[in-house]
Design a protein around this ligand. Structure first.
Ligand code: XIL
Length: 370
């Protein structure tokens, strides 16, 4: 090859990645499906809503990851022992495939939304039950789910602590009505079934990235509990580090981020967590973001909400080699768990009840180049 052809090829080789990088950073806000952002925007979804034109149009236009909000939980996928039902979850996954969206699976080991038959099992019976469930569910969707929330909310909650000692893992020793009761551990240090859940999921779909999802991964959402939450986030970190060191197939941390407009989270704490999990070689997904507003919803509160969303987007953008997903817990305020679970709160999402982009969406789209 003549010398200047070689030189031209070299210049091309050097420039191409640089051009690609600058492209990625220059996405225009609100650009329909042409996002060059590295952090992917996602939303939790419900199967019946997919039939609503405005809902599915909004999903298609703005979101790149879908998460079944409920329909991959045990009460839907295995309502009776060995009787699997994928009606709702198949609908979501088909929609995602048709529209080239990624899917996060949610969830394989959680203490809630479990059918009664699971709760009636003895501890020693549960390993086989868990293995069959994960084999079947993860196997059913093999190759179609990019990331699974394998374990969810396994760390004790401040609210539910019954004073019986330090927080640890939710477990069977608590009273069943206690928020910290879980069938999946014998005591606050027993992580054996959690580890098994990761191993079963990895065996069933070796290409899926496996996450532990938690509301205490950082935490600042309930500011009055900040001291405890710090401790809880350390407990989670210590477990994850131990699992990683032992070769358990865990690939990422899901930070839920259910927040309140009046109480901005501790951003430094979130950032420190992103950094320390990144240093373990893990990815971080923001998995269930919403920023609830106490009624009446005012313009000022919507602006405060936009600031919180914006700060999260800045953190994701700044650490985009670690934070790869920015998922909101719902598509629009028309269908959201917030008014049902938080009395007198509403309006936590990026789109209003008429599917109009709220100040929060405008803010994050500018920051993330969506
Ligand atoms: C919630 C759903 O949004 C509700 O529709 C359902 O009734 C209860 O569960 N943390 C989680 C999610 O990991 O699965 C929860 O989703 C919200 C809190």
């Amino acid at each position: 090859m003549p010398l200047n052809r070689i030189r031209m090829s070299l210049i091309f080789l050097i420039l191409t990645p640089l051009l690609a990088i600058s492209f990625r950073c220059s996405g225009k806000p609100g650009n329909e499906n042409s996002s060059k952002a590295t952090v992917m925007l996602g939303a939790s979804v419900g199967p019946p809503y997919l039939d609503e034109q405005e809902y599915s149009d909004t999903l298609k236009k703005y979101f790149r990851i879908l998460v079944p909000e409920n329909h991959m939980k045990w009460e839907f996928t295995e309502p009776a022992e060995g009787g699997f039902d994928f009606t709702g979850s198949d609908k979501i996954v088909s929609f995602a495939q048709l529209n080239s969206k990624a899917v996060r699976g949610h969830v394989l080991l959680w203490h809630m939304q479990l059918p009664a038959w699971v709760k009636s099992k003895t501890y020693s019976e549960l390993e086989a039950v868990l293995q069959n469930h994960i084999n079947t569910v993860v196997g059913h969707f093999r190759g179609k789910i990019s990331a699974w929330d394998v374990a969810n909310e396994v760390i004790t909650s401040q609210e539910g602590d019954d004073g019986s000692g330090m927080p640890g893992l939710r477990h069977r020793g608590k009273a069943p009505e206690n928020a910290d009761y879980s069938v999946w551990a014998e005591d606050s240090t027993d992580d054996s079934l959690i580890i098994k859940a990761f191993e079963f999921a990895h065996a069933a779909d070796p290409d899926a990235k496996l996450f532990i999802n938690d509301n205490n991964a950082y935490d600042g959402s309930e500011i009055v509990y900040a001291g405890w939450n710090k401790k809880q986030s350390d407990i989670l970190y210590d477990h994850v580090k131990k699992w990683k060191d032992a070769g358990v197939p865990v690939h990422g941390i899901g930070m839920q981020l259910h927040l309140d407009e009046e109480f901005p989270p501790d951003y430094t704490m979130i950032e420190n967590d992103i950094i320390r999990y990144g240093a373990l070689g893990l990815e971080v997904h923001f998995t269930e973001i919403d920023v609830r507003i106490k009624e009446p919803v005012t313009e000022e509160k919507l602006q405060n909400q936009a600031v919180i969303y914006g700060k999260l987007a800045e953190l994701a953008g700044k650490h985009s080699h670690i934070v790869t997903a920015f998922v909101t817990w719902g598509v629009s305020d028309k269908y959201s768990w917030i008014p049902l679970f938080f009395t007198s709160y509403d309006s936590g999402l990026l789109f209003d009840k008429n599917y109009n982009a709220k100040p929060a969406y405008i803010r994050i789209s500018e920051i993330l180049g969506l």
